[in-house]
Design a protein around this ligand. Structure first.
Ligand code: ADP
Ligand code: MG
Length: 209
């Protein structure tokens, strides 16, 4: 990838801004079927990443992903913390070769999502962040194979994420705290799916510049 971790400070600032702008709306979603702390958990992680972003920007991708994973592991509480830490540590392990092109990234990302599934003992269709991350991984793979321009790929990936969020409305929660509600979890959007989509959209807006 010609994109290097030098872009990391800009990415993390865009993500941080988007989560701030949507904090109240997401917390409302989380209060309906979760315990309302998801945004707070994420913001602790984003704060810690802001503090280390210059250091991270000077690494290569595998080392940067490893560092991001470790920072998230140490700073974010809740289920989402260990799941995101798993994603980044797995990305780092899957891409020891430092020359990362779009196809390699798409393959590594798909493997990282498999690691998240294992960690959470969960899969797509259970009303979690995976209902965004799995379609995004598939969309990434399709985009990498199609050999199309970056802007088109990013638009497709963002659409897959938005569709994934909307789809959680129709799903019964079977993992995480929302699962305690059974049928009452229906007709609500999952907060973790929403923040995953917001973060992807924020990254896409930086990458498309
Ligand atoms: P906690 O549930 O421990 O309070 P957070 O509030 O930070 O943690 O995160 C909740 C989000 O994490 C949920 O909205 C859901 O998207 C995601 N999540 C919870 N459990 C799982 C799981 N087993 N697999 C995948 N995602 C999960
Ligand atoms: Mg919570």
């Amino acid at each position: 990838m010609s994109i290097t971790p030098a872009i990391f400070p800009e990415l993390i600032t865009a993500i941080d801004d988007s989560i701030k702008q949507n904090a109240d709306a997401v917390t409302e979603l989380d209060q309906a079927i979760g315990d309302g702390d998801h945004v707070f958990n994420l913001q602790r992680g984003l704060q810690a990443l802001q503090t280390t972003s210059i250091e991270i920007s000077q690494l290569d991708w595998p080392a940067a992903w490893q560092k991001i994973g470790m920072v998230l592991m140490a700073s974010v509480g809740g289920a989402s913390g260990s799941l995101y830490a798993t994603l980044f540590i797995s990305l780092s392990k899957n891409s020891l070769n430092k020359n990362i092109d779009f196809q390699t990234f798409a393959d590594s990302f798909a493997l990282a999502i498999e690691a998240v599934k294992q960690r959470g003992k969960s899969d797509v269709g259970e009303k979690t962040m995976l209902d965004v991350l799995v379609p995004v991984a598939e969309s990434l793979k399709t985009a990498a194979q199609a050999n199309q321009d970056l802007a088109t790929s990013l638009t497709q990936i963002c659409q897959a994420a938005e569709d994934g969020v909307e789809n959680t409305r129709n799903l019964l929660a079977t993992k995480g705290r929302a699962s305690f509600l059974g049928e009452r979890s229906l007709d609500h959007i999952d907060a973790g799916a929403k923040t995953a989509q917001l973060m992807i959209a924020a990254m896409a807006s930086v990458l498309s510049k």
